[in-house]
Design a protein around this ligand. Structure first.
Ligand SMILES: NC(=O)C1=CN([C@@H]2O[C@H](COP(=O)(O)OP(=O)(O)OC[C@H]3O[C@@H](n4cnc5c(N)ncnc54)[C@H](OP(=O)(O)O)[C@@H]3O)[C@@H](O)[C@H]2O)[C@@H](O)CC1
Ligand SMILES: [K+]
Length: 466
């Protein structure tokens, strides 16, 4: 698990004030970190171009050119003339050792984007946009210095933004790198130290990035056990029972001792897999309930109230987010909500927290998750997206390990089943959500077929090999 920060300016300031480090020392380490990355990954006959801007991001790029010059065929391309104090100083140092400067972009093997970093806002003018478009068509390996040029502090991207293969980011991870919109621009991310260990550079934060290694599987330590030892998940079965069957099968495969579909008699005629049970009421030993997937309009709010009139752990999804009964459910303690953006917008509206469009939500995902969790501190929220956000009270986590393989009907139903299964096995709502989500994204990563071909059945099948 790694720490995430809204901004790192205050962490830099702490280095100056408390650790007596200068801006020059920090920048030298940033440049050294980038130089080491290049030296460790590429041979010295590679041709390198570094495009620089007028601020300190550009200064990082000029310092990098000085460090590589002599060993590599490196050239600087000034997109804007140096302007900040550090950029002017770095330019003087580079000039003193005759680092080559090129007047326009050329093909190269390694390309470094140091036009703008955390100081960027607004949109680029036409001239820089044209340069960026050309940069994006280069066949070189593309490295972004700190952040891809065009990525704003908010995580929104300029109309033309640099497409990096790797982003070498300074000091600590910024949240903006993990807004959904940034996912196609940042490539792989590495954090570079700025003259002190990252552990000392970083301060306290309530936002964290989940690593796949954080995944804890519901492995069975106890041998003296029976099916009842591992909980009983009840899945409310509505209008579209296929969704519930997928959820239930995922729950069973992920370790719940028993899984029952609960619904009306007509579903008994369905071809329900033999490993699942079917009932008209909640089994007495139910330990968790999953509800909402494929629910449709089969149950009225009152019928749902009857099923959910208990203190059991509950995961809710899909159709439930637009039903009035949701307001009562939000008063429960052990509840997990897993909306996608459109459902979350509807939830924000029903709860009168905000009346916004999906586009507005996507621009401020972090803000709205915090808003909801503050209003409903007893719930655990998982907001689906390219990068999943999980929030509970004042703790927030981003799972960036998902991919477009998961963009398919039914994959959310599998997620509900995974989380429901962990709830049934006694995990806390937050732990069940974190580990269910990590398992879900790891299942997609483990899938070896073509990326467009992953089905919910493939996910369920893969659970045994997690
Ligand atoms: N702080 C530290 O200790 C350390 C900082 N470090 C590094 O500093 C970076 C932050 O540097 P920063 O604050 O100088 O900002 P930066 O990203 O270069 O952008 C400012 C420039 O952008 C320009 N610009 C803005 N908007 C624009 C637009 N719409 N369209 C066009 N241009 C636009 C603006 O130009 P202007 O408008 O002023 O002409 C200005 O010159 C950070 O990302 C990291 O790389 C590391 O070395 C580690 C130590
Ligand atoms: K950059």
């Amino acid at each position: 698990m790694q720490k995430l920060f809204e901004e790192v300016g205050s962490l830099d300031a702490r280095c100056y004030e408390e650790f007596f480090l200068s801006e020059d020392i920090l920048m030298e380490h940033a440049a050294q970190g980038m130089a080491s990355y290049i030296k460790n990954n590429f041979s010295n006959n590679e041709k390198i171009i570094i495009a620089v801007g007028s601020g300190n991001n550009g200064a990082d790029g000029i310092a990098l050119a000085r460090l590589l010059h002599g060993d590599y065929n490196v050239s600087l391309f000034f997109v804007k003339e140096p302007k900040s104090h550090m950029a002017l100083l770095q330019e003087k140092r580079a000039q003193a050792i005759n680092v080559p400067i090129i007047p326009k972009l050329q093909e190269c093997n390694i390309f470094v984007d140091a036009i703008v970093g955390t100081g960027f806002d607004g949109e680029f003018n036409e001239k820089i946009t044209t340069v960026l478009e050309k940069m994006n068509t280069l066949e070189a390996f593309k490295i972004a210095c700190d952040v891809p040029s065009g990525l704003k502090k908010s995580g929104e991207c300029a109309q033309t933004t640099f497409h990096a293969d790797t982003t070498l980011t300074m000091g600590a991870l910024k949240k903006s790198l993990f807004l959904d919109e940034a996912k196609d621009y940042i490539g792989k991310i590495e954090v570079l130290d700025l003259g002190i260990s990252r552990k000392l550079y970083e301060t306290q934060t309530n936002w964290h990035l989940l690593d796949l290694d954080d995944l804890q599987l519901p492995l069975r330590a106890q041998q003296n056990s029976y099916k009842g030892s591992f909980g009983h998940l009840a899945v409310l079965c509505g209008e579209k029972p296929g969704a519930c069957v997928m959820s239930a099968l995922a729950g069973l495969r992920f370790g719940a001792g028993l899984v029952t579909l609960v619904g009306y008699e007509n579903h008994q005629m369905l071809n329900i897999p033999h490993s699942l049970m079917y009932a008209h009421a909640l089994p007495s030993n139910t330990t968790a309930i999953a509800c909402g997937m494929g629910l449709g309009v089969e149950f009225s709010d009152n019928e749902l109230r009857n099923f959910l009139d208990n203190d059991l752990a509950l995961i809710i999804d899909a159709d439930l987010f637009s039903m009035e009964v949701i307001l009562e459910l939000l008063e429960r303690k052990n509840i997990v909500l897993t909306p996608h953006p459109k459902e979350f917008v509807s939830l924000l509206k029903i709860t009168e927290l905000a009346d916004i469009s999906v586009e507005e939500l996507q621009k401020k995902r972090f803000f709205y998750v915090e808003l909801f969790c503050k209003a409903y501190p007893n719930t655990t929220l998982l907001l689906k997206g390219a990068n999943v956000i999980i929030g509970s009270d004042n703790d927030f986590f981003i799972n960036p390990h998902g991919s477009s393989k998961l963009a398919k009907g039914g994959s959310g139903d599998v997620l509900s089943g995974l989380i429901g299964s962990l709830l049934a096995q006694g995990k806390s709502p937050l732990d069940a959500t974190i580990h269910g989500s990590l398992a879900h994204t790891k299942l997609a990563q483990n899938y070896t077929g073509a990326d467009f071909s992953l089905t919910p059945e493939d996910l369920i099948q893969g659970i045994g090999n997690l």
